[in-house]
Design a protein around this ligand. Structure first.
Ligand code: GLN
Length: 465
């Protein structure tokens, strides 16, 4: 923990950390040392990690990357923070992210963008850009992150690290600042699938304080130990060829016109390696892939407009210095506290929920969501065991390159959104680099599984790594 704190203090290149408090970290490290000495240390005793700044933390500031919460200190810890500490992990601090987790490049943070450790001109991806960059730069062994529409998988892909978004409902959302509640799910980013097994095992578990938390994962109780056991079972099921008998579905819609040639080539090489490990490749179809973009940007903004109404400048958060009356106070405080992208989404979400438009937009998006979830159920199990393809249509782009074009930014989410709309687990595994000018920009392979199949995804990633 001491050497990690020194490395963080010396790092001026990445802007990955928003808040560090050495005294708090060292107190956690002392507690971990004491547990080790007593012989009752948890599985992560002394492992230095850091939290995306959307997980609330007692004592540490929590900003969600927003001016609205620039000085906010929570009176309680998020369940995820509490669980990781109980497992012995030591927190190094809070990590930069897009404001309220809205974005794909980390450029929407009120506290400045994060830089990609592989190439200082490149974005790290988002919204969990600080989490992916901190791990890639060697500043933390692992990091917490959240994924509403790709924010664990896409920054992991763009920074060359490994990340998993588990099945919706397996990781508690209590104390995780809400964006789109029916889509938001926490998960870890780390160097390898092995590390993710330990982190996810400690993070996940039923929580009665989250109304969408699941107690039961199709026969296995949702509690620490489930992920590790499922991973071990999937590993021991592997025969002489590690992936013998595994049917890998490759959706033809993931290889269309928008996919960059260098990403396509890295993915193709990875798919051949899965075959060399014994897997069988099958072509499948996820016909509503393109519709996932409008469906997601209606549902996520609708939920965001509702969730963010709590920032009224009365209970907590930024309050304008001058105002005429209480309505003016709320209006001015929100105009000052929220950045442009957050305001755009609140307006969009309010519009799609308003009288006269609700049926045309919001209800229609919910119908598409159901069909997208059915598409996964049609192929998983009958045609294939897992699905594989790219995470992002391109490698990391340059800072500033898409910041004036929100629609271009939204279109880059095409391969990640359906997973959140369906609630199934997905992960990103490093599988090479781009070409030419992109030779130092990583590519990630996405693997997607059926509900609660995290153990198998992690075992496949581990065999590949
Ligand atoms: N890029 C997507 C968005 O901006 C996903 C963000 C996320 O998963 N938090 O909404």
């Amino acid at each position: 923990a001491r050497s990690a704190l020194d490395a963080i203090a010396a790092d001026t290149a990445h802007n990955a950390f928003l808040h560090v408090d050495e005294a708090l970290t060292l107190a956690e490290a002392d507690a971990a040392d004491a547990a080790i000495a007593r012989g009752d240390a948890g599985p992560l005793a002394g492992v230095p990690i850091a939290h995306k700044d959307v997980f609330v933390t007692q004592g540490w500031r929590t900003t969600a990357g927003s001016r609205m919460l620039a000085d906010y200190v929570s009176p309680f810890d998020a369940t995820v923070v509490d669980k990781l500490r109980r497992a012995g992990a030591v927190s190094l601090g809070k990590l930069n992210c897009d404001e309220f987790a809205m974005g794909s490049s980390n450029e929407n943070s009120a506290f400045g963008p994060v830089r990609n450790p592989w190439d200082a001109q490149a974005v790290p991806g988002g919204s969990s850009g600080g989490s992916a960059a901190a791990v890639a730069a060697g500043l933390a062994f692992g990091a917490t992150a959240t994924d509403t529409g790709g924010s664990i998988r896409q920054p992991a892909s763009l920074c060359g690290v490994t990340g998993i978004k588990p099945t919706y409902g397996t990781v508690s959302r209590y104390g995780m600042i809400a964006y789109g509640s029916s889509l938001d799910q926490g998960g870890p980013i780390a160097h390898s699938a092995r590390d993710l097994v330990e982190l996810l095992d400690a993070m996940s578990g039923f929580d009665e304080r989250d109304s969408t938390s699941v107690p039961d994962c199709q026969g296995a109780a949702n509690q620490p130990g489930r992920i590790r056991a499922a991973f071990a079972a999937a590993r021991s099921g592997q025969g002489s060829a590690p992936l013998a008998g595994l049917r890998v579905g490759v959706p033809r819609e993931f290889f269309g016109a928008g996919l960059a040639a260098d990403v396509a080539e890295a993915i193709e090489t990875a798919l051949r390696q899965l075959e060399a490990l014994g897997a069988q490749r099958v072509e499948i179809s996820l016909p509503r892939t393109e519709l996932s973009i409008p469906a997601y940007y209606v549902i996520a903004t609708a939920e965001a407009s509702s969730n963010l109404s709590r920032y009224d400048a009365v209970r907590y958060g930024h309050r304008a210095a001058q105002y005429a009356d209480i309505a003016d106070m709320t209006a001015r405080s929100r105009a000052e506290g929220f950045g442009a992208e957050v305001q755009r989404r609140i307006l969009t979400g309010t519009y799609v929920l308003s009288h006269g438009y609700y049926d045309a937009y919001y209800l229609q998006a919910q119908r598409i969501r159901r069909l997208i979830a059915q598409d996964f159920q049609r192929v998983l199990g009958s045609e294939c065991d897992i699905i594989a393809g790219p995470v992002s249509p391109t490698v990391a782009w340059n800072l500033g390159e898409k910041s004036d074009d929100p629609v271009a930014m939204y279109l880059a989410d095409i391969y990640t959104l359906a997973v959140n709309l369906a609630g199934v687990p997905g992960m990103s595994v490093p599988c090479g680099f781009g070409q030419g000018a992109n030779a130092r920009r990583p590519v990630g392979l996405q693997i997607i599984g059926n509900y609660f199949d995290e153990g198998r995804l992690l075992a496949v990633a581990d065999a590949y790594q």
